[in-house]
Design a protein around this ligand. Sequence first.
Ligand SMILES: NC(=O)c1ccc[n+]([C@@H]2O[C@H](COP(=O)([O-])OP(=O)(O)OC[C@H]3O[C@@H](n4cnc5c(N)ncnc54)[C@H](OP(=O)(O)O)[C@@H]3O)[C@@H](O)[C@H]2O)c1
Length: 245
Amino acid sequence: MEFTGKIALITGGTRGIGRETGRKLGQKGAELILNYWKNDEAAEKTKTEFEKNRIKVSLIKADIGKPEQIKQMFKKIEKVDIFISNAVYGVVGPAVKIGKFGWSLSMDVNARAYLLCAQESVKRMKDNSGKIVAVSSLGSYKYIPGYTAVGASKAAIEAITRYLAVELAEKGINVNTVSAGPVETDSLKYFKNINDLKKEWINKTPFKRIAKPEEIADVIVFLCSERAKWIQGQTIIVDGGMSIC
Ligand SMILES: NC(=O)c1ccc[n+]([C@@H]2O[C@H](COP(=O)([O-])OP(=O)(O)OC[C@H]3O[C@@H](n4cnc5c(N)ncnc54)[C@H](OP(=O)(O)O)[C@@H]3O)[C@@H](O)[C@H]2O)c1
């Protein structure tokens, strides 16, 4: 129970990778604050399921693409030991067509929210024990069809991690990014031709399959542990080897 007494805030914590990260932190004793945006049903289902397993959960509904809603969310939060920046949203489209709206939406929910939530979390963290982990993807540096705006926001996330990591080291706070390859979650439904893309991804991956959310969550949770104390400002790729092929 290495996270007993710790409070973990996870954005987009009610579905997919965020939910599995919450489950693993909760199973090891953390109390969870799970943020989400619109899907009340999924949020309540996750809360009920976790509580049955004696995990303490609070839900906070807030659109983290809006700075005012981030402020309101943090009014309800007194203490944060672990902050996981995981929520994702964006507009899918090629680089030659992406407009102002798609660009801003993707940057606001993914990159700006990470920075603003990290700033607020740090104010509520104890020195020498805080952990921040952001979730990125291979699209930060590789071409994924239609992923323009989200890919750019992921590159920004990885840069923000490096800046925070240097500045927060004096407070003893660890900051890192986990960059995942394709994972079986609802996110994939936003891609056009997802079945063809999946075939291509599976073919490129040495293990010949797509990741399960818990396989990404395992690495996020490791980075929240004291065993990862000496990892700082890094982007850890968790993709079953896809990116080396
Ligand atoms: N799935 C993949 O293949 C893959 C690959 C690489 C990296 N990742 C990264 O892994 C992370 C989790 O992805 P996932 O696939 O697990 O996502 P997911 O299953 O689609 O869940 C997304 C979560 O984010 C929340 N969310 C979306 N917009 C929000 C907003 N404006 N404010 C607050 N919450 C918001 C959703 O809330 P609602 O439920 O209310 O909508 C939901 O809880 C993301 O950072 C993603 O980029 C995923």
